[in-house]
Ligand binder design. Sequence first.
Ligand code: MGP
Length: 210
Amino acid sequence: MATSEPRGTESEEASNDSPTPAVAEQYIKHPLQNRWALWYFKNDKSKSWTENLRLISKFDTVEDFWALYNHIQQPSKLGFGCDYCLFKDGIKPMWEDDRNKLGGRWLMTLSKQQRHNDLDRYWMETLLCLIGESFDEASEDVCGAVVNVRPKGDKIAIWTGNCQNRDAIMTIGLQYKERLNLPIKTLIGYQSHDDTSSKSGSTTKNMYSV
Ligand code: MGP
């Protein structure tokens, strides 16, 4: 019929119809500054430490982070001996990686009671500090974070790349403590991986503390 539009024109019009910014906002994921990799460690004594470490997934948007976070178990539900590690893409969560070998970690050791009260909350806040690059320029120094689920008390740590970068390390430590709302009298210590990996006793000396 004379009044009907040719099909070609109809589809051409539709394809020229670019979404308004408000509509586009609904579809475009929010990019993170870095791509991150989540690793899982399960302690199987028949295998080496490295073999027990598995990459779960990588993400580089806010939406993909939450999809992954909501899909996996909270640390408090993991078995003893298990870890999660969140590291910048390209850095393996081990002392031996080139980007870690001169570095160290801010270490928080939790009491057994805190497994129930604080562990999952602290871990989530730690993840948000990392993906949100919360430590200003010092975020550059961050390599990743690790949660260790252990019978003697769980641990959460932020790993940084160079244990001589005092200013960056102190910025990270102070802001991290504030983000977790830790009481001023609760001290956390920073230890070099060199000292941790070569320790002979049960404690490693702190290079810095806040
Ligand atoms: P751990 O899992 O960091 O702490 O290290 P855990 O289980 O609380 O033990 P503790 O020694 O702190 O009381 C346990 C062991 O895993 C280490 O002694 C190493 O043998 C091994 N291990 C841990 N890390 C982080 C590494 C690593 O980066 N590289 C290698 N090769 N081994 C590691």
